[in-house]
Design a protein around this ligand. Structure first.
Ligand SMILES: [Mg+2]
Length: 229
């Protein structure tokens, strides 16, 4: 009998989601004396997120993460109306971090426990900065995983098959004995296929177009049968 398949997992949109960040940031700003319409907060937060996505691989360690967070707060300041911008970068940074709350999707802890019990090595493969380890620890998912690879620390990002190859090495499986689940066609499905790994699209909103050769699940419950097969 073959060893149980390794299950590689994306993080954001697959294991954890962001809790209404626009509403939370508007509330955090209001608590600090700056009442800003949600539309303006949303526009500023989108600017910050665009900057973060382009820059997150700089945050390879705690010191670099601090610098990145300061820069993100500056981008946010520059995109906010004057009443909020005048709070200053340290206060805006505090408000921003308080507003970025990650929560596991409801089925995730149970599915991870079931997969582990069945002997599947579980490794996260994520385009994220070094703080992903803290997010997984804070959400209680860390102890359910066998390994976590971030693009920032590995200095290689999805869809590069090299990041998947390192995850396979960590899991102790060949590509043919692994699957990767994620919500991005561009990063997860393309990257897994390039690495020769079975790809599973996590389509929580039923909005994505299933690419050729990828299985589709609505949530991680669907992985249990695929991993066992
Ligand atoms: Mg994702």
């Amino acid at each position: 009998m073959s060893a149980p398949r390794a299950v590689l997992l994306d993080a954001l949109g697959t294991l954890v989601g962001l809790d209404g960040p626009v509403e939370l940031l508007a509330a955090e700003l209001a608590r600090r004396g700056a009442v800003v319409e949600e539309a303006a907060v949303g526009a500023a937060l989108r600017a910050e997120m665009r900057f973060y996505r382009a820059q997150h691989d700089r945050a390879v360690d705690a010191g670099a993460l601090e610098a990145l967070r300061d820069d993100c707060a500056e981008v946010l300041r520059d995109a906010l109306p004057p009443c909020a911008a005048s709070l200053g970068v340290p206060t805006l940074r505090e408000a921003l971090l308080a507003a970025l709350r990650f929560t596991p999707y409801p089925e995730v802890p149970g599915v991870l426990r079931a997969l582990r019990t069945a002997g599947h090595p579980l490794v996260v493969v994520s385009n994220w900065d070094v703080s992903l380890h803290d997010v997984l620890a804070d959400t209680g998912l860390g102890p359910l995983l066998d390994g976590v690879l971030t693009s920032a620390q590995e200095r290689v990002a999805k869809p590069d098959p090299e990041l998947f190859a390192r995850a396979l090495a960590l899991a102790g499986r060949e590509a043919s004995r692994a699957l990767h689940a994620g919500d991005s066609v561009e990063h997860d499905i393309a990257g897994a296929h390039a690495a020769g790994i079975t790809a599973v699209l996590v389509d929580r909103d039923a909005t994505a177009r299933a690419p050729h050769g990828a299985a589709v699940v609505r949530d991680l419950e669907g992985l249990l049968a695929l991993a066992a097969g």
